[in-house]
Each structure stands twice: as structure tokens, then as C-alpha cells.
Design a protein around this ligand. Structure first.
Ligand code: AMP
Ligand code: MG
Length: 338
């Protein structure tokens, strides 16, 4: 049973002194960020980091992101930072961007899954940043969920899943963005997007040529070389079978969804279209709303006891690319593009 602290309505930096002591003592602290909740541990303490892998049942070859509270802290864990990487950090830190950098030896192998790089992010959520600062160490923190499940965007959704797996829970209410950070790596001055998020292709294109990794929307084939181990794992999946469907032609898309629906299906669609179907729930109207709601919805899907969930896709541009990346995986690549 974890210690629980409610910071939803009032919050003072001093409230975090105890949680920071837990981090310093090698314990696990569940905390909010602006993207999703994280399961945090002292990122420079191998044993503490190992216990994250156990708590999440995470594959040992899937590395963790180190969360920092300042650019100075980045320099303690990463080296050979290029001018482009520096510029990106200056402009996007703090925020929902993770940059894969060359790591220093101080970073334990268990964090990076023996890679010579380390993922670094500075969260903008005040609770997250204050916790890192008070702990006086980078915090390794993957998304708060058992591996394969949708990431946690509020404590209620993940309490039963993680309460007996962590030592301390900081409840900061609903996370703002609702999707994990954009993960990038700069290679030869080109920005490779390894996981799309709130910081988009369009945002990054102002800085350099941007390459969207082919595995973001495509499936992984045998012998494919991958730049990020996380790409090969099943993710975000409810137990009920899900299908994603999309067309640039809105009318055609809705027509096809109508044909597919029956008493054993549940449709997940734009709020504006809910009335068109017998059995449908809305995921919001704007891309921001959809990204905010989607993991919460995926967690509720099994309760509807349907045989098939039919999810309306969005145009894979801007934040839409991140939404489609998560939905394609939630549907285990069961995706119809009309
Ligand atoms: P999560 O911890 O759930 O937010 O996922 C972190 C993502 O970042 C996973 O997909 C990891 O594979 C990826 N990642 C973390 N560190 C690295 C790294 N050094 N190189 C490539 N990908 C990384
Ligand atoms: Mg995750």
C-alpha cells in the first residue's frame, strides 16, 4: 500500500519533501507530468531503477527516460551535445520533448538498456520539476502503467493497477496533454521522430530536416533495424478487440462505419458524430481534446462488454500523428485506410 498525497487543489513545494526523501532512499514515487503520470526512481541508482522494471513488468531492453529539472542537470548525464540539440533544448525545455543524447558513464546501464545513448526530458509540470529538484538527482520515469496497458493520465485510472507496486503516490489531477512526450534523435543534423507527441513534425521542421520513422504508423517487420526499442512492444491495448478506420473523405468514412456497426460493436468517434450511431461514445472534437481523452477511454472500453470496438481515425498531421500512432498500436495494427 503506497502513501498517498492529494495535491489536486492546493500545492506547495514543501509538500514534496517527503516524496523527495523516498526518491533519495531508492523508493518508487508515482508523480504527474504534463504528458502522463510517471513511475519515478533515482535515475542514478541501479537498484532503484531495477525496481521500476519489476513494478511495470517492463522488458529489460526497453530503456527509460531521465527527467531533469535544469539544463545544468542535462550536462551531468549527457555529452557531445551538438548546437542543434542545444537549440532544441533551449526552445522546448521544459516541455513534452525527449531528446536522445550520448550518455555519460554515470548513467547506469539498466536505465539505457546498455545503449550508449540516454533519453532526456525536462517536464514543465511544476510538481514533477520540484520533485526532481528536491531529490537532487535525475529521475528515471516511464509512463505509469503495467507494460502493454494504456498510460495513466489520472490516479483513479491506475490506482488499483499500481497502488501495491509503488511506495508513494502524488495526485496532481488529470494530466494536461494526455499522450507521452515526442521522442527525437538528431543524426547528422537531421531530426528523427521516434515517437510522435505534442511537439509535432511541423514544430520541429523549423529547425532542421525532420524524418518520421517508418515504424510510427507502419508495423515492424522481421530484421528491421529500429532506433528505439519501445517501437517493438505491444502498447496501449484494451482486452477487447479494436479496429481503427480512417479516410480523408469524411462522408465515406462515416458511411463505412455505419455499415460496420451492429449490436456487438461500440463506436468511438468525434463528439459531433455520436448521434449518427446506435452505440457510440465521443472522444472529443479537437485533436487536443482527443489526445487528452484517449487513454482514459481505452481504459474504459472493456467495461462495455462488446465484441469489437470501432475507432474513427484522425488525419495523421500535427498532433494527429501522435494520436494515430497510439490508436494503431491500441488496435494491434488492425487498421483500415479507405
Ligand atoms: P516510456 O518510458 O513509457 O515513456 O517510453 C519511453 C520511450 O522512449 C520508449 O519507447 C523507449 O524505447 C524510448 N527510449 C528511451 N531511451 C531511449 C534511447 N536511449 N534510445 C532510443 N529510445 C529510447
Ligand atoms: Mg510507456
Amino acid at each position: 500500500m503506497a502513501k498517498y498525497l492529494d495535491l489536486r487543489t492546493q500545492y506547495n513545494k514543501n509538500d514534496l519533501i517527503e516524496a523527495a526523501e523516498f526518491i533519495k532512499n531508492g523508493k518508487l514515487v508515482l508523480f504527474p507530468t504534463e504528458t502522463v503520470y510517471g513511475i519515478g526512481a533515482n535515475g542514478l541508482d541501479s537498484n532503484a531503477v531495477k525496481s521500476i522494471f519489476v513494478a511495470k513488468n517492463r522488458a529489460g531492453d526497453n530503456p527509460l527516460i531521465l527527467h531533469v529539472s535544469s539544463i545544468d542537470m542535462v550536462d551531468t548525464i549527457a555529452k557531445d551535445i551538438s548546437p542543434l540539440e542545444k537549440k532544441l533544448m533551449n526552445d522546448f525545455f521544459p516541455g513534452p520533448l525527449t531528446i536522445i543524447l550520448k550518455r555519460k558513464d554515470i548513467v547506469p546501464n539498466v536505465v539505457t538498456a546498455n545503449l550508449d545513448t540516454v533519453g532526456v526530458r525536462m517536464p514543465s509540470n511544476k510538481i514533477a520539476r520540484d520533485l526532481i529538484e528536491l531529490s537532487n538527482t535525475p529521475i528515471a520515469a516511464p509512463s505509469a502503467n503495467i507494460s502493454g496497458r494504456p498510460s495513466g493520465t489520472n490516479i483513479q485510472d491506475i490506482f488499483n493497477e499500481l497502488n501495491d507496486k509503488v511506495d508513494y503516490i502524488l495526485d496532481g489531477g488529470e494530466t494536461k496533454i494526455g499522450l507521452e512526450s515526442t521522442v527525437i534523435r538528431v543524426i547528422n543534423d537531421k531530426i528523427h521522430i521516434l515517437r510522435p507527441g505534442k511537439i509535432t513534425y511541423e514544430d520541429l521542421s523549423k529547425y532542421a530536416e525532420v524524418i518520421i520513422d517508418e515504424h510510427i504508423l507502419g508495423s515492424l517487420k522481421e530484421n528491421d533495424k529500429i532506433l528505439s526499442p519501445g517501437m517493438k512492444y505491444k502498447h496501449y491495448a484494451p482486452n477487447t478487440k479494436c479496429m481503427l478506420i480512417y479516410s480523408d473523405d469524411k462522408e465515406k468514412l462515416l458511411e463505412e462505419m455505419k455499415k460496420l456497426e451492429n449490436e456487438n460493436t461500440l463506436i468511438i468517434t468525434n463528439n459531433n458524430n455520436v448521434n449518427l450511431f446506435q452505440n457510440a461514445i465521443g472522444y472529443g472534437t479537437s485533436l487536443e481534446e482527443i489526445s487528452h481523452n484517449i487513454f482514459k477511454l481505452l481504459r474504459q472500453i472493456d467495461k462495455h462488454n462488446k465484441e469489437l470496438i470501432i475507432i474513427e481515425g484522425v488525419k495523421p498531421e500535427g498532433l494527429g500523428l501522435a494520436i494515430m500512432n497510439r490508436l494503431i498500436r491500441a488496435c494491434s495494427h488492425n487498421y483500415i485506410k479507405l
